[in-house]
Design a protein around this ligand. Structure first.
Ligand code: DGL
Length: 249
């Protein structure tokens, strides 16, 4: 069974998830869909995001994908439960901010959660936050940060971090609640010092593996491959995506 796994984000940020999945599942084929035409999702409505994601799912179904990974915290937070109802037979796995992981491994430490405004305001994230709240956490919505990372706008990224990261608070743990943010860990460390990072990529990878095992859908081939699509048909995006993928691996 060599049908691909569909994986998407509002751009190339989901490469940070794919690289973790590849470590665990190197024998699978992947179709990565970068919806850069509609980036950023973090400032869009639930209805808008639903319609973009639905189009990508149609695309994946036409390509016979056996499972779909939401490599986008924002899309997971706002739409995943609706899509699970809409496609009850399709394995759908979604990333979410690794706040439980911070709770399990760094309990009581001063924690900063960075995510898009849409993720931070979502019912799904707030339920997770209240369940694991260590009473020592700052929630930081980061409007447009994913957009600047997507564009490689290093000036706006540094300006945002310098202005908005809470320097006086002695942050020890940072939850990267958007899949674009692991790409700027160095820039975050420049402002906050030597913090510990958590992101949801590992959790998604393990969940994907266990679902494929359970449904007997694991690939038997020796080596898988990654195919890239971009909704704005940008060759530059494709180049950056493969550069990040090679670097990350
Ligand atoms: N990378 C996405 C996330 O994990 C979306 C960022 C955006 O488009 O605003 O939330």
């Amino acid at each position: 069974m060599n049908n691909p796994i569909g994986i998407f984000d509002s751009g190339i940020g989901g490469v940070t998830v794919l690289k973790q999945i590849l470590k665990l599942l190197p024998h699978e084929n992947y179709l990565y869909y970068s919806d850069s035409l509609h980036n950023p999702y973090g400032e869009k409505t639930k209805e808008e995001i639903f319609s973009y994601v639905d189009e990508m799912i149609q695309f994946f179904l036409e390509k016979n994908c056996k499972a779909i990974v939401f490599a986008c915290n924002t899309a997971t937070a706002l739409t995943i439960s609706d899509f699970r109802k809409k496609y009850p037979n399709l394995p759908i796995i979604g990333i979410e901010p690794a706040y439980k992981m911070a709770h399990d491994f760094s309990f009581l430490k001063k924690t900063l959660v960075m995510a898009t405004p849409a993720t931070i305001q979502s019912e799904k994230f707030l339920a997770l936050f209240h369940q694991y709240d260590n009473q020592n956490t700052i929630l930081l919505p980061c409007p447009n940060l994913a957009k600047w990372i997507e564009k490689g706008d290093t000036f706006s990224i540094s300006q945002f971090l310098e202005k908005n990261l809470p320097k006086e608070e002695k942050i020890e743990v940072v939850v990267l609640g958007c899949t674009h943010y692991p790409l700027i860990q160095n820039e975050i460390r420049k402002v906050l010092g030597n913090v510990v990072f958590y992101d949801g990529g590992n959790g998604v990878s393990r969940r994907l593996k266990s679902i494929l095992e359970e449904k007997k859908l694991l690939s038997q081939q020796s080596q898988g491959m990654v195919t890239f699509y971009d909704s704005s048909a940008s060759l530059q995006k494709e180049k950056r995506f493969y550069e990040f993928l090679r670097k990350e691996l």
